[in-house]
Design a protein around this ligand. Structure first.
Ligand code: F6P
Length: 305
């Protein structure tokens, strides 16, 4: 997200526009936590995880009164265009501000990759690489001890991190909220069959949305007689130095958001689709549905033989 913030600030300045930063999201807007931003205020941040502006959830901004207050505060501070980084909730807020006359552009920011209008979301590449490296390490000990390992990755409603790690780490089973059938016996049978074939480890990537990795490990160990351990990777996936891909895409998207704002566009979301940076009306973006690709899931099963 810092790469996007830097790109927004510097592109706007080069285009001759004054820039302000709103700290802590919509709640910060309501609290008037608004700061001036110059080119040097965003130097040395592109390599940092998280967001230098901070983030917060705001119940007040979900109300019509809060949204009107937010728009009035924007006008008071001379803000006539806002770039918002986030997911569906952030876009609903942007839509509300746009209706109140403040031009808004959304950038797709989530490690979950679950924004339908775009093939890329800021943070996903870093998160999936962080998880992949951690899983490689767990796999080493799993193979050495001939154990089964359940590794829980983030994704409360979306299985993209789990699917990507499952393929990138060579997992035997991948459990994701979109398609898991809760048939634990099938997993147990798979573990036993693989052990008979001579596999020394069994790696299960479990998405946060399925959860219960520790109790699952206990049940699997009891049913198979094979030592089974659970590892929950948690918030380490949300921080750390961003990958080159994240820095690059976030930079282009940040600049793109400013340029379409300056063309007078509002109520739009930036995305990346079929090799191009694009933008959609927020309503249209929110109505799109993104499923897990069945062929990619099939490949993950084929490769785990
Ligand atoms: O958006 C990323 C994500 O990690 C989701 O997978 C998860 O549902 C959510 O954030 C958890 O965030 P929090 O613990 O802050 O509610």
């Amino acid at each position: 997200m810092n790469a996007a913030i830097r790109a927004v600030v510097r592109t706007a300045l080069v285009r001759g526009v004054t820039v302000k930063g709103i700290k802590k999201g919509y709640q910060g807007l309501l609290n008037e936590e608004i700061i001036d931003m110059k080119a040097k205020d965003v130097s040395d941040i592109i390599q940092r995880g998280g967001t230098v502006l901070g983030t917060a959830r705001s119940m007040e901004f979900k109300t019509p009164e809060g949204q009107k207050k937010g728009a009035d505060i924007c006008r008071k501070h001379g803000i006539d265009g806002i770039v918002v980084i986030g997911g569906d909730g952030s876009y609903r807020g942007a839509q509300a501000l746009s209706r109140q006359g403040i031009n808004t552009i959304g950038l797709p920011g989530t490690i979950d990759l679950d924004i339908a209008c775009t093939e890329y979301t800021i943070g996903f590449d870093t998160a999936v690489n962080t998880a992949m490296e951690a899983i490689d390490k767990v796999k080493d000990t799993s193979s050495s001890h001939e154990r089964c390992s359940i590794i829980e990755v983030m994704g409360r409603n979306a299985g993209y991190i789990a699917l990507w790690c499952g393929i990138a780490n060579g997992a035997e089973d991948i459990l994701i909220p979109e398609t898991y059938d809760y048939d634990e016996q099938k997993i147990i049978n798979n573990i036993i069959a693989n052990r008979k074939k001579g596999k020394t480890h069994h790696l299960i990537i479990n998405a946060e949305g399925i959860g219960h990795s520790v109790s699952m490990a206990r049940r699997i160990e009891a049913a198979t007689g094979i030592e089974t351990r659970a590892t929950i990777l948690g918030y380490m996936q949300r921080g750390g130095r961003p990958s080159a891909k994240d820095r690059y895409y976030a930079s282009i998207m940040g600049a793109y958001a400013v340029d379409i704002l300056l063309q007078g566009k509002t109520n739009r979301v930036v995305g990346f689709s079929k090799g191009e940076f694009v933008d959609y009306d927020i309503e249209e973006a929110l109505s799109m549905v993104k499923g897990i690709d069945e062929y990619q899931q099939e490949v993950s099963r084929i490769l785990s033989i």
